[in-house]
Write a protein that binds this ligand. Sequence first.
Ligand code: 6PG
Length: 235
Amino acid sequence: MQKIFESKQDLAQHFGEILLKASQEKPELYIALSGGSTPKAIFEVLARDYNKSIDWTRIRFFWGDERCVAPNDPESNFGMTREYLFDYVKTRGVNIFRVKGELKPEEALADYIKQIDENVPKVNGLPQFDVMLLGMGDDGHTASIFPHQIQLWNSPSICELAQHPESGQNRVTLTGNVINNSQQIFFLVTGSNKAEKVDEILNQKGDYKQYPAALVDSDKTNWLMDADAAKNIIH
Ligand code: 6PG
């Protein structure tokens, strides 16, 4: 399913309604968040407009990927979520399962795998998140699986260590089997710099399967885009 919004705010409001409905349907909701700039706008709207309507204490928060940095590092996806969302809504501390980026990468990876294995219900023998939030980079990466390491997508492990192609920054990332095992997947994609990859992937052009974002189960995926990101597919 694809929905195009005039602005990030409209997209965020729509996602807020989705999250409100999902949170009312289950006593505990398991969500994996993404990092980057798009979620910041989403979290701001959720914090402002869904502060009281969503019972945030019933949501169990994980991340689809995290940079191997301390939680107070400006690069931290957990730190960004705390700054834009957790500081404004009432969550339960025990329901926040962050990647411990302050540890050595291999230790952070092992610890996060353990946290997921012990806390996320399994379906088909794999952890199943109710809501998987994904972004897409302008290179077609998603979570922290980049084109130059696309083999990580099919890893038998639920998480892997990845490296950013330019900076070499270590990342802990969920892998394809877990991502595609989710109940619902939402690609939140904004910005004109994504338009080319959106067109290639959604219209299955050329060697589109070289992009990790193209490997996400399209039957379960809801693409929520702003007009800039969708400008090459709007007819
Ligand atoms: C990260 C994200 C990453 C992000 C994309 C899109 O840790 O950086 O998880 O996969 O979703 O890079 O980022 P923007 O929303 O900023 O374009």
